[in-house]
Design a protein around this ligand. Sequence first.
Ligand code: EPZ
Length: 422
Amino acid sequence: MPHYLINGGKRLDGTVEISPAKNAVLPIMCASLMIRGKTLIKDCPRLGDVMVMCDILKGFGAKTTFTPQGLLINAENINTSEIDGALAGKIRASFFLVGALISRLKWADCPMPGGCKIGTRPIDIHLAGLKALGVEISVLDSRILFDAKNAKSSRVRLRYPSVGATENLIMAAVFLKGDTYIENCATEPEIKDLVEFLNIAGAKIYGGGTRFIRVCGVENLTENIEYKPIPDRIETGTFLLATYLLGGKVYLKGANAENIFYLIKNTPNNSCKIYARYVNIYEKGIYIVAKGEPISFGSIVCAPYPLFPTDLQPILGAVAAASKGITKITETVFDSRFLYLEELFKMGAKFSLKDNTATIVGAPLFGTTVEAKDLRGGAALVLAGLKASGKTKVLGAENVMRGYLDFDKKLTALGADITLID
Ligand code: EPZ
């Protein structure tokens, strides 16, 4: 099984190129099913989750090819709307295919969704929204059938701003005659990116990235769209926090500071300066200079965008474990996202957990063998290993590779001592 071998204590210096966002690429791959032809997702990262989604798309009869420009998807001939159960169980985003499938084929046959072990992953918000659009839903033992032949535009209000449910409902409404209104939408930048992609393909969607989205139905979408998704704000935050933790001067090429502004604004600036730089009008970037030992972030609450992103919560936990002072982290999005703390404990982390709040007291960490149980928890363990004294082995590297392209190579290029052992 792939694992990382790390020698801690090195600072980071140099330039890292931020990849297109996993959580923008995946819904756009789903949306490509709505286009009866080719779609090019430019510079698409070959992440674990992307490869699984490619296999799922091929199962419908689509063709997926990585070219030097990116991922070329041809969805001209879709011959089934049954989502492969084994593959769907690997990634939560497989459930986001439902909206695209019922738009294209008026029918979807979907297994219960999978994804990281970060708590119960209910789908009630998705189902309530689709029902409000007139989709008939039959829940079988391990599969759910969606019949959209009588679906119609309507007004839908989400009980909670779910990212995936917002994306599913947008895709489900694109071809419905009339106007569909979706209220209390998630406002994550990846949703605005999905809307941008669909509108370039001819959809008429207004308010992407806001709480209130209006979808005016169109007949079909244009093929041969070439689209570059937004840079990954969670990868950006991961490298910002890694540099803060280890010290150094790093330029994050292509990073979009406004999408990670809450982290930038709340990073203690006693010995750390972060500049959102525009090298030129074509290239965005963030420059971070971190000197001295990191200090605690104080109290941070993880919540839907634009507040502190839940996907950076484990990474912040690792930084807190090795920073001077006490950090309180409250997780309001998922009900079980502190599993990584058990592994950090093996490295000397000091913390207590009460309900959905972790209180972490900074302490010196020492290297040992730990296991990545999920994507972001795994990234947290890598950062802890980079800071710890001695050697750290992080098992379960495949979990980290689901969402970080060439994580070891990018860190090595910055001066870290990390090797991926396949
Ligand atoms: C997306 O997951 C992301 N995944 C997650 O990133 C991210 O953590 C999450 O949004 C929140 O920002 C992708 O985009 C592929 P939600 P999603 O629906 O859509 C509850 C990563 O590490 N909920 O916004 O599944 C749910 O249990 C991954 O890249 C319901 O109760 O998240 C959770 O507590 C992890 N019923 C909360 O809402 C529903 O029907 C937020 O979930 C749907 C969700």
